[in-house]
Design a protein around this ligand. Structure first.
Ligand SMILES: Cc1ncc(COP(=O)(O)O)c(C=O)c1O
Length: 475
């Protein structure tokens, strides 16, 4: 590697192409300027379009083929994240998870509290899934990732060739990843970590260990979520170089042949900044997040979960003041022009990243302090504990078969005993209650009813209707 770690070769090549002012007779059709689409320059900035070249970078320096510069950038990222190989992605961690399961066979262990992308990865790769049931903390109503003992039990009870471990969950909860990865190795099961929300873990000692440091085989990170890359840009890391070939083939098959150059270049640039200054960035962010948490705790009526592995995910509840997480999100937006990352019937989650500073956090704290004294928006304290995550439904047929079979839409309340043709997924957290091929039961119908009444958005339920297999007696 002769590139210095602080350089960003792909970013620099794209900037150079823009600066060279080459007259483009190539895609994209906007020809690197806004032309008739004048609002684009107004809102995106003319430089953004000038950098949205296709892969013509070789015209800048004849020895700089696009793939070669991309390879250099990816190799630098591998070093930065302690991986043997890294691939840049423009289809999010979703694309990375799809590529991770693609091209191999055998069962995949999936904790039920996994993002929908994990299931769609198994579906695309035609790999049977073995589920670990979802556990919720009964007091705090936060997802509890499966324990090492639960992993031991599932790994010893079947013959899986891969396991997908979410680290951390959307709510910031984690499990002992190093022990789980070791357990997977014992059973020759590939450990694939959905680290969509944990790209920054590597840069602070007090944060949970990153997937690569914990001995996982593959890690997928949404660099766009916590590290500042453009939306959809992510990284796929692996620990053993040979695996990179397989992953690269999969990405080639699954990803567009026209990846957004600004997205790839920004990944490279963001990596260079984190690599050079990541520890200082994370230390300031850590202090900002700890102090925000401390200040939040002092506001009467706000409660926080007792320990939280990642303080940058500022999770809080105002249910003592009669406000559900959904209400908090809505009032913050309507009255204070603040938008949190997500909310549910109980919690609101404000995400703090490298993009925050004292001012943004002060605005949030001030707004919440104000909400805590606005008696007019308060109600009686909310008693929770009723929304229990339902048990695993019975499978009727293969997920892939069901997703591709003829279906009809019926009122979900009439779906008892019918086989789901689609994913039924409450957002947040994007975790399916039902996957294609599973049978609707009474608990699920009740759960959907309660969730909709609470204000949950449920993908897969459209105007109170759900898609089920057309033929009632298929199985
Ligand atoms: C736990 C988890 N994994 C994977 C994903 C998919 O990530 P992306 O949006 O980068 O495709 C998400 C998205 O929110 C997620 O929450």
């Amino acid at each position: 590697m002769n590139q210095s770690e602080s350089s960003a070769p792909l970013w620099e090549a794209v900037v150079k192409y823009k600066e060279n002012g080459i007259v483009p007779f190539h895609t994209p059709g906007h020809k690197l300027h806004s032309g008739v689409f004048c609002d684009l320059a107004l809102h995106l900035g003319s430089d953004f379009l000038a950098m949205d070249a296709s892969d013509e970078l070789d015209s800048v320096q004849h020895d700089h083929r696009f793939e070669r510069v991309l390879d250099q950038a990816q190799a630098l990222a591998a070093t930065a994240f302690g991986a043997a190989g890294t691939l840049f992605l423009v289809n999010g961690s979703t694309g990375g998870l799809h590529a991770s399961l693609w091209g191999e066979s055998g069962q995949v262990v999936i904790p039920r509290f996994s993002h929908q992308a994990v299931y769609s990865a198994a579906l695309l790769a035609a790999r049977p899934a073995v589920y670990l049931p979802a556990d919720m903390d009964p007091v705090w109503h936060l997802p509890l990732p499966p324990s090492v003992e639960q992993w031991q039990s599932v790994l010893s009870g079947c013959c899986p060739s891969a396991a997908v471990i979410t680290h951390p969950t959307y709510y910031g909860t984690v499990s002992p990843l190093a022990d789980i990865a070791a357990e997977c190795r014992k059973w020759r099961c590939e450990s694939i970590v959905d680290e969509a929300h944990g790209g920054h873990f590597r840069y602070h000692k007090a944060l949970p260990g990153s997937a690569m440091e914990s001995g996982a085989d593959i890690a997928v990170q949404s660099t766009h979520k916590t590290m500042g890359a453009l939306t959809g840009s992510s990284m796929l890391h692996c620990r053993v170089g040979a695996r990179r070939e397989r992953l690269q083939n999969a990405v080639q098959i699954l990803q567009t042949t026209s990846p957004s150059l600004p997205s790839l270049a920004v990944l490279d640039y963001v990596r260079s900044i984190w690599q050079a200054q990541g520890e200082e960035i994370m230390q300031s962010l850590w202090e900002l997040a700890r102090s925000a948490r401390h200040e939040l705790q002092r506001i009467p009526g706000i409660s926080l979960p007792p320990q939280h592995a990642d303080p940058t995910k500022l999770l809080f509840s105002m249910e003592m003041l009669g406000l559900r997480g959904f209400d908090v999100e809505w009032i913050l937006r309507r009255d204070y022009r603040i938008q949190v990352e997500m909310s549910d019937h109980r919690w609101a989650l404000a995400l703090l990243t490298v993009g925050d500073d004292n001012e943004s956090v002060a605005a949030l704290l001030e707004a919440l302090g104000d909400m805590a004294v606005r008696k007019a928006i308060h109600g009686p304290p909310i008693q929770h504990g009723t929304l229990v995550w339902p048990d695993l439904p019975e499978p009727a047929c293969d997920m892939r078969y069901a997703a591709a079979s003829p279906s009809v839409k019926i009122p979900y309340r009439n779906s008892l005993g019918r086989v789901s043709a689609s994913f039924v997924v409450p957002y947040p957290p994007g975790v399916p209650l039902l996957v294609p091929g599973e049978i609707w039961n009474k608990d699920l119908i009740d759960h959907v009813e309660k969730s909709l009444a609470e204000g949950w958005h449920i993908r897969g339920i459209d105007q109170e209707k759900a898609a089920v297999l057309k033929d009632k007696h298929d199985f």
